[in-house]
Design a protein. Structure first.
Lengths: 204, 204
């Protein structure tokens, strides 16, 4: 079966497939066009819906506009990521809230006592927060693309340094930094190979 | 700003927004209609595209059809998940390959020597595999919806037991079990509340 045959089994509109998955690319440069507060809110209003374990939604977002805050962030980026983080119109620090359990009475009202269960298990809580926030980062990156913007996710930064710099008063653990904006000049590298189905999938 | 205003800033087609994000729901029952091998392949051919760190793509998938393999899986599910896992037309065990570095010469040919760097760091490798596979699970769940199917992700299972049962000969770490199919009778619970933008987002 070719990729074209496979696409026919996808009921999602072909333009939507291209916008979120098959044509979308990680951008490495951006134009100066600002990303508005309304766009950020629209991205969240879409990304908030897909599922998390017990509806816990541990993803937290620090949006870093150009200016003094951006300079504080850039210092914690690895050298190869500093120039693009410094120049992107918007940067998001995506983090897991290891104290997500405080919201359980709101988000999982059918079992509010889960808050107290988690209160006694900080290690299990952090592990659960990291996994479910990572799922939500997947949703968030596609929601950025749904807003007609490009995302540039970067794992190369000092997470402990970022947490100390921005989250000293809370229990957020930074996971990924994402540049956001309209793609600029020479924004794209060549697409790297994807693994074949038979390298990834097995059956019983 | 209302959710309707926010939606206007999303360039993704409204039907696609609904299919992947705002109307889609976690299914708790399924019809008997089989999920075909061609559908599974089409889902992967979409889910493979969005980004992972250094293009590592550590997500691995075990598809479990009804039959003897399914019975072996159900034994490791928590009690509340056994009936629906037993009856879903298709079940996916989603796992992180902690030996993803073996594929680096293929997926990151610009720095094939990264394979040897990772070979000496099994702990960092497993952490990176778990995070990036979780991102890919986010993409996978939306790709299931893109195929016109419903997903029912479940964290309630014995991961060590599943790994021993199915992955004894490889370094895969199971992260999530997902029922897949057409939604059945009474498939939906009421939607649980989502966190507000101001509960999740902060700015500098």
């Amino acid at each position: 079966m070719t990729s074209n045959d496979a696409a026919a089994l996808i009921t999602l509109h072909p333009e939507a497939q291209a916008q979120l998955f098959s044509d979308a690319r990680t951008a490495n440069s951006f134009t100066d066009e600002p990303v508005t507060d309304e766009q950020l809110r629209a991205i969240y209003e879409l990304a908030k819906f897909p599922p998390t374990a017990a509806n816990t939604q541990p993803l937290r977002i620090l949006f870093v506009r150009p200016g003094e805050g951006r300079e504080r962030l850039v210092r914690h980026m690895s050298e190869g990521n500093q120039a693009k983080t410094g120049s992107a119109p918007m940067v998001a620090v995506l983090a897991a809230d290891a104290d997500f359990h405080e919201f359980i009475p709101k988000v999982f009202p059918i079992r509010p006592e889960m808050r107290d269960h988690f209160a006694g298990d900080p290690e299990g809580r952090e592990q659960m927060a990291r996994f479910n926030a990572a799922l939500q980062i997947g949703y968030f990156l596609l929601a950025v693309r749904a807003a007609g913007l490009a995302a540039g996710p970067m794992g190369g930064f000092d997470a402990a340094g970022v947490d100390k710099e921005f989250f000293a008063d809370r229990n957020w653990k930074s996971l990924l930094v994402v540049n956001i904006g309209k793609p600029g000049e020479n924004a794209w590298f060549d697409r790297l190979p994807r693994l074949d189905y038979d390298e990834v999938v097995t059956h019983v």
